[in-house]
Design a protein. Sequence first.
Length: 168
Amino acid sequence: MTDPKEKLLQAYNHMVDELHAAVEKAEETLSPTIDEMLANAERLSKKAYALTQDEAKAITEHLKRDIASARKYMQVDGKEFKQWLSFDIQQVEDRFASFLSKAADKTWIDFRALEILGKKNAIYKTGEICSAGTLRCSDCGQTMQLTKNSHIPPCPKCHHTTFERVSS
């Protein structure tokens, strides 16, 4: 049987794929809101990975946080997606980088709710699933780079468990 942490990571990646497919489809048809797309991705991932409601909701919230963070960084700072990740884009799984860049860049999607959520959920915690990027320990300031979607480990320096995304 699959490791429970691996199951959650696979489900997160599946949600990314489902959301990406929904964004692509929305470009061709009437555009649903990001919440509708996430709800559909959550429903499909919940079924495909036999997730509990709490597991599916937690993964959805992690994905919303990552999208809101990328969008805010790109809008407010006027920087490129590559800079948001804070390291060479080639190290990132191409499908996720492409999707998140498109999702964060959509002006026709209503992101007001995600912006509010982004402020509320700006803290990243050990054990949560996070998209690729650089996190800074909120205790000692040590940065760590995640080169792919993964579970957040404790700080390699002080073993603290809360982080913020580095945006420059």
